[in-house]
Ligand binder design. Sequence first.
Ligand SMILES: [Fe+2]
Length: 273
Amino acid sequence: MNHIESFYDDEELVITERFFRDGYVVEKVEDSSALNAVRSHIVSIVCEQLGCKMPHDEDGFLNEIHERLPVEQLNDVRMQTYRNMNESSWFRPTYFKLASKTLQTLVGNELAMQNKINLSIQYPQDESSLLGIHSDSFGGETPFQSVCWLPLVDCMRTKSMYILPPKKNQETLRNLSTVKEGGMAAIYEKVKKDLIFLDVPYGSVLVFSPNLLHGNTVNAELGTRWSMNCRFTGLFTPYRGQEKKLGAFYLPITAKPVTRLGMNFRYPEGFDN
Ligand SMILES: [Fe+2]
């Protein structure tokens, strides 16, 4: 008889080990035509607002958007794009499809997904849309989550985001009381030499643990950064705070039949002990 010694298969073990070691994985998207549909949808929403025709070169259009849209109007266009993209019923399932296997391996097969997908746009040299170093779980987010971060253009070096690797992160959090008086800026100074910028080319997706310290800095590359992000958590993990609870901030997406039967089961009177 063939004895099986692990509940995980080999592929799962490899990606699990990488995630524990680095705090993230970068994987090829699982459906490149779905990715292209996502990008084209964003470009079309932006073109509608700018009153221009759909470009042949979507990558060039996004990378060079700072040459046609003044930075003062950027946030309005971003917010309108965010609203429009989240209105399409296909948008969240398509986004999930880009990394479904990775998310199922790292997070679970019964999942809850953030109700809205976020959109970030960062112009080269612009200091007005920075996200300083932080851990999402400091701000009331559940620590039982991962973020699925999707670039719409190649995001390399400072055009991407940084993360503090797990070992350094653990050390830093253990000694947090010694630097916390200077706030997050002091923490950034202390760990900046250990931060890793994640290269995430178009066609791939980054899944990371936002429990680790992370953020971005001034984009010193030539092109504009376009990225989306969305949180995933196991359906039955604890939720923190009223704002971030299941049914509002998170919605169930892959509940299994037995779970659904169990949730709908009602004990007959006299058997409900
Ligand atoms: Fe974050």
